[in-house]
Design a protein around this ligand. Structure first.
Ligand code: ADP
Ligand code: MG
Length: 623
């Protein structure tokens, strides 16, 4: 709730709307307590008095009634009717929408065709027809305005419900034996509630306006009772001679509708979960770089060289240190594995390389990333964009979310090629087919015309790899590319990456949490924990002689095929929360070798350039 309010008030216009609307609502609430003249008492001698005359702050109308008093009482009435109409329309419309969306099929059809029939009428005409049938009066105007807005809510909520009704949690509720009523109330309603609130907050202003419209035509509030619409209607005759009688209610209608709409837009933005996680601003094209300390000197290591990289997430007052002092280098043609439990900072490290961490909230606060000697963190957007995909390409875990669902895979490959090379369509197409062949997709000529959903998971991941290869990059960063695949497909993908590396001299950073995978593909491996590298060395050495207790525990989690003698270990405890890292070694709370010395100060690396470990009591003492 507090985050909602904070987000809401970060939006200046919404805050302005809230203040204005708050003031108006407050005035309307205290109106009966104010020392006002009776709004309905006529005094024909005092007709059309100007504003700021003695006893009549806003002047009087054509019957000599005090305008201030009529305005406040009228506002009270208009607000009440408009909000009541919105609540009625919102409740009935949402109920209809949920029922139609949940049951689907014939029920949906019957209900929605009825709603369509209502929608087929221009709705102010429909409202007029309803009032004509029921007779003029404020309550009937309310009914009419609510009725014509029901279809809007019904359609809106039905759309959201249809999307939810097929989801697994609804199936689970059915399997648990819940009845329809209970599923609708406890499973669906909480999920559509924010949509209902949004729809209501953006339409209530409109409904106040419609009610005022009906009153203006004499079909809403009846004399002598004032609401804003009827005040405007009565003032119409004196619009030229005594404009203040129309301006006063007109300005009030403007203020109410404007402030409600501004606030409504703010509420919609603040309730949107995608906006809630970050700020109300869009992420930048490149991660924000705000380096406090010195930029490290270039040290000529490798093709891609990450030096003391620090990436943080600044969320409100909390700072998440996702990546801390990470130094890694990658030689041409080499495969480097990065391994660690989920949340250890592997993905953030990888994304920082090309400035792909979403900002806000991500900030790179220190270090350097050098590609062939050039610091990418200080590079401008153009040169970074030039390198994205062309020099350094990415493969992500979930190919279904990487590929666009509505384009054929061939078109997506062509697009990836043409983003960096101005080649004719035919050439790009031929290259796309060739790429699919390279990643061993059978019958590639036909497959280019498939949509992503027509491919199996393994094939989709191959397309993802083909896209990464499209511009012949020197470095591929693969972030858990095989985690979503079954074991046989995983083995094929690994073999494929290994072949590509040998054929093309590709350098690969391979992120995983599985030591078995590392052993198959990687020359070197870096182990991450709590945003830091805790051990780094040649794969063979680390597999046979792990030095960090964490590495050893991590390896003990991998089952051995045909072994069966060893107990399959799990690491007790949980990975640390990176917004609140303990001093000293982050692994100390879960380590059985930890001593007092492990819990204080900074623990540096020991060992050599080839095999180093960040531990005071390593399993193996390194030279
Ligand atoms: P993994 O090693 O599983 O790839 P990540 O690199 O994705 O882990 O995440 C590293 C840490 O950064 C995690 O502790 C995560 O909670 C934190 N983190 C990632 N994205 C955000 C974010 N947008 N806001 C706050 N913290 C984040
Ligand atoms: Mg990850």
């Amino acid at each position: 709730m507090t985050t909602f309010l904070k987000l809401l008030f970060r939006n200046r216009l919404a805050a302005l709307g809230a203040v204005v609307l708050g003031a108006i609502v407050l005035l309307a609430l205290v109106t009966p307590l104010l020392p006002l003249a009776d709004p309905d008492v006529t005094a024909t001698g005092d007709r059309f008095m100007r504003p700021f005359t003695e006893g009549h702050l806003l002047g009087t109308d054509h019957l000599g009634r005090d305008l201030l008093s009529r305005l406040l009482w009228g506002t009270r009435l208009s607000l009440a009717v408009g909000i009541a109409a919105a609540l009625v329309a919102g409740t009935i419309g949402s109920a209809i929408g949920i029922v139609a969306g949940y049951f689907g099929g014939r029920i949906d059809n019957v209900i929605m065709r009825g709603v369509d029939m209502l929608m087929a009428f221009p709705y102010i005409l429909l409202a007029l027809a309803i009032v004509a049938a029921l007779g003029p009066g404020l309550l009937n105007a309310l009914i009419a305005v609510a009725a014509v807005n029901i279809p809007f809510f019904a359609r809106n909520i039905r759309g959201v419900t249809v999307g939810l009704a097929g989801r697994e949690f609804i199936d689970a509720a059915r399997l648990a034996g819940m009845g329809h009523g209970r599923i609708i109330l406890t499973e669906l309603l909480p999920n559509v509630a924010s949509t209902i609130v949004i729809a209501m907050s953006t339409t209530v202003g409109w409904m106040i306006l419609e009610t005022a419209g009906l009153s203006f035509l004499g079909l809403g509030s009846q004399p002598p009772v004032a609401d804003l619409g009827s005040m405007l209607g009565e003032a119409r005759a004196a619009l030229i001679t005594n404009p203040h009688t129309s301006v006063v209610p007109g300005v009030m209608i403007f203020l109410i509708v404007m402030s409600i709409n501004l606030l409504g837009d703010g509420v919609r933005d603040a309730l949107d979960p995608r906006l809630r996680s970050g700020a109300l601003t869009r992420p930048r094209a490149v991660t924000l770089v705000d380096r406090k300390g010195q930029v490290p000197e270039a040290d000529q290591k490798g093709l891609l060289n990450i030096q003391s990289l620090e990436t943080q997430f600044h969320v409100g007052p909390r700072i998440f240190r996702a990546v801390n002092e990470v130094s890694l280098h990658l030689n041409p043609g080499e495969a480097l594995g990065i391994i660690g439990e989920s949340g250890s900072g592997k993905s953030v490290t990888a994304l920082s390389v090309m400035g792909l961490v979403a900002s806000p909230p991500g900030v790179i606060t220190g270090g350097a990333v050098r590609y062939a000697g050039e610091d990418l963190l200080s590079a401008d957007y153009r040169s970074l964009r030039q390198k994205r995909g062309n020099n350094v390409a990415y493969i992500f875990q979930d190919p279904l979310s990487t590929l666009h669902p509505l384009y054929r895979v061939g078109d997506q490959l062509t697009e990836a090629i043409q983003a960096h090379h101005a080649v004719p369509d035919a050439t790009a197409r031929a290259r796309a087919v060739e790429l699919l062949k390279d990643v061993r997709i059978p019958n590639a000529e036909a497959r280019v015309r498939d949509y992503p959903h027509q491919l199996s998971g393994g094939m989709r991941q191959r397309v993802g790899i083909a896209m990464a290869l499209a511009n012949d990059p020197d470095v591929i960063i693969a972030d858990e590319p095989t985690t979503a695949l079954d074991v046989t497909v995983q083995a094929q993908i690994l073999a494929l990456l290994d072949d590509l590396r040998r054929d093309r001299g590709l350098a690969i950073i391979f992120i995983t949490h599985d030591f078995g995978v590392v052993g198959q593909l990687c020359d070197r491996v870096a182990v991450m924990y709590g945003g830091r590298i805790v051990e780094e060395g040649p794969t063979a050495t680390i597999l046979s002689h792990p030095a960090h207790p964490y590495t050893k525990k991590l390896m003990a989690c991998v089952p051995e095929l045909g072994g069966g003698k060893r107990e399959l270990a799990a690491i007790p405890g949980l990975p640390p929360v990176v917004s609140d890292l303990p001093p000293g070694c982050a692994f100390a709370p879960r380590c059985d070798k930890a001593t007092e010395a492990c819990r204080v100060g900074e623990i540096g690396f020991t060992g050599s350039d080839t095999h180093r470990v960040r531990c005071i009591h390593p399993e193996e003492v390194l030279a």
